[in-house]
Design a protein around this ligand. Structure first.
Ligand SMILES: Cc1ncc(COP(=O)(O)O)c(C=O)c1O
Length: 360
């Protein structure tokens, strides 16, 4: 019997979310971020839809870019983490990628380039992860410009705290980036991630870089994607494979962490952390059974979870279950599990087939 656990990917919802991002930053071009397998939704199908809408795609690794080119996608591609070794340069050139550079070390191998590779400079405005220090950007740019084979096209930086509208770090980063921009007025600039689309004022940069919002997850703390007008793109679903009655006092699952206070009906669903459902989801996490919001009980196992069926007593073996999607938000599950929708979406394991609807 085939397993019914799958992730349905709504490509029309993806497109609608992209258009929403465009509306929120009407003055900017966009780099749609499709790294990490299109945030877990499947790189090629997601990129094919977005390629018809966006000016550019952004990935983290050369391997991801290679997959896009192999799929026949000709849209411009920015390589957010740039090159890591000399052998990357000929590939970057052949695939016509635009690497983002943050260090002199990345230049090894660039001297052998034949063509001209457009490059971005990653500026550290406060994230303190990758990036050239503000006072060193001019010298770094000069070094890149003396390197035959490279053409500096833009400056890029990344927010550390944009998910919190009240965090002063965002204004500090904007001010820092503005000072860098002022010294390089002829370069393009890119700063806004998804969260910045919901800031007031709207993003002021040539290029936005929306990621999570395209997939319907919230980029802001304390809210959900749908509350921001975004549509869920991934519907993670499964089904009930067993129903049993529990007597008051009986426990469920590993560690016997949940104990029935009264007699109740329980269903077993064929999904677990081996599929990417978060093991840290506690009892009480919502799970929709035949459209009725029920609750997870006991620990998440590798291949199974248990649900309390009091809200759906008619459930039986085969009844469909939604783990996240329309009835239960992925942000809601993430919040219960102490994480963010980014982690849940990118963590759905290869064991779960993705099926696609819409997008035509
Ligand atoms: C450099 C860079 N830009 C843009 C994004 C997109 O961010 P978000 O998914 O929050 O929109 C990411 C995601 O991690 C990133 O690393």
């Amino acid at each position: 019997m085939p397993r019914h656990t799958r992730a349905r990917i709504d490509l029309d919802a993806l497109r609608s979310n992209f258009r929403k991002a465009r509306q929120l930053a009407p003055e900017s071009a966009s780099m749609a971020v499709v790294k990490a397998d299109g945030y877990g939704h499947g790189l090629e199908p997601v990129a094919r839809v977005l390629a018809g809408e966006t000016d550019c795609l952004a990935v983290a690794t050369v391997g991801e870019a290679q997959r896009l080119r192999d799929a026949g996608i000709t849209t411009a591609i920015v390589l957010l983490e740039g090159v890591h070794e000399a052998a990357d340069w000929p590939v970057v050139s052949a695939l016509e990628l635009q690497p983002v550079l943050h260090s002199y070390h990345q230049l090894a191998g660039a001297e052998a380039l034949n063509g001209e590779v457009p490059v971005w400079i990653k500026c550290n405005t406060g994230m303190n992860r990758l990036g050239v220090a503000p006072q060193e950007v001019a010298a770094f740019r000069q070094r890149l410009e003396t390197q035959p084979g490279l053409r500096v096209v833009g400056l890029l930086s990344h927010y550390a705290c944009a998910d919190d509208l009240s965090d002063p770090m965002t204004r500090r980063q904007q001010a820092c980036f503005q000072r860098i921009r002022d010294d390089h007025p002829e370069l393009q600039v890119s700063l806004a991630n998804s969260a910045a689309h919901f800031h007031d004022p709207a993003p002021d940069c040539d290029w936005t870089r929306p990621g999570i919002m395209l997939y319907g997850g919230t980029p802001l703390i304390g809210t959900t994607g749908p509350a921001l007008g975004l549509q869920p793109v991934m519907i993670l679903e499964s089904r009930i494979i067993a129903v049993r009655e529990l007597a008051a006092g009986e426990s469920v699952g590993y560690g016997a962490t949940w104990v029935a206070e009264a007699d109740c009906l329980m269903g077993i669903v064929e999904i677990g952390y081996g599929d990417g459902y978060p093991r840290h989801a506690p009892s009480g996490t919502p799970v929709a059974v035949a459209g009725h919001r029920c609750r997870l009980i006991g620990r998440v196992s590798m291949d199974m979870i248990a649900v309390d069926l009091s809200q759906c007593p008619e459930a039986e073996t085969g009844t469909p279950v939604e783990l996240w999607g329309h009835h239960v938000g992925v942000d809601e599950v993430a919040g219960m599990a102490g994480t963010i929708s980014y982690e849940l979406l990118t963590g759905v394991s290869p064991r779960v087939p993705r099926t696609y609807l819409g997008g035509g």
